[in-house]
Write a protein that binds this ligand. Sequence first.
Ligand SMILES: [Zn+2]
Length: 283
Amino acid sequence: MEMEEVHCPLCEASERILLHQEGSFQMVKCPSCQFIYLNPRPTHESLLHFYQHYLPENGLSIKAWQKMMQPVFKRAADLIQQYKEKGRLLDVGAGFGFFLSEMRSRGWEVVGVEISQKAIDYAKEVLGLTVHPGPMEKVGFPENYFDVVSGFYVIEHLPHPMTFLKGCYRILKPGGLLLLRYPHTTPIKSLLSLLRIENRLYDLPAHLADFSPEMIQRCLDRIGFGECQHLIGGYTLPGDIRKRTASILFGNLSEALFYLSGKRFLLPGVSKTVLAFKGKFLW
Ligand SMILES: [Zn+2]
């Protein structure tokens, strides 16, 4: 894979501190804005190539993937419907289209964007969905167009996260809802490295950054999103029994702590969901 050195994708600072090494890859921290990112990282071209084979490719593993993601998708769909009437939804990084299909079954008008051609073909041919080849900025959606934009495990893959967030803001209607789900890996990574437990939790070089709820909030603030809500938002159900047990255990533990703390405590190290509204919104 062809790699290149980059400056901090958020603030352009060139200084950095080595945080974690995973194989030959390095996650670094920007000393001026605290952003955690992969450096050096794969070039744009090699990433596009890489994503053609990133998702599962045969029928059986696609089904397993659907099963794993289902609880997260259903939870997100319920969340969206707490705040929004049926409307027009865009899912960025739509994969095979399972979330789009869930929302369509609930009466929403849905469209997706995806990088992997095989996933686009599946969404179109098997599920009959409309999915455009990404990145989103290239599709040219009109301004103030969507009631909801969602992105599951997308923002950590993007070389320019701020450009993506600006793009989401532009195409959302005033009062429109952005739902993002992302891994929050650094705290657990740091713990495991203290215990000298080898792991590949950062999923490098696929993940170009690791966001915390605080960092997501700062980015959304800068774009002009109104008040945001941070949640645990369910957990995945991987096929592998050990991973599944860990996911259920940490998922339930983090949800329990979240509610017991009056929706304040977000267990570090587990995936998070954020809801952000374009413009002011009264909770
Ligand atoms: Zn920075």
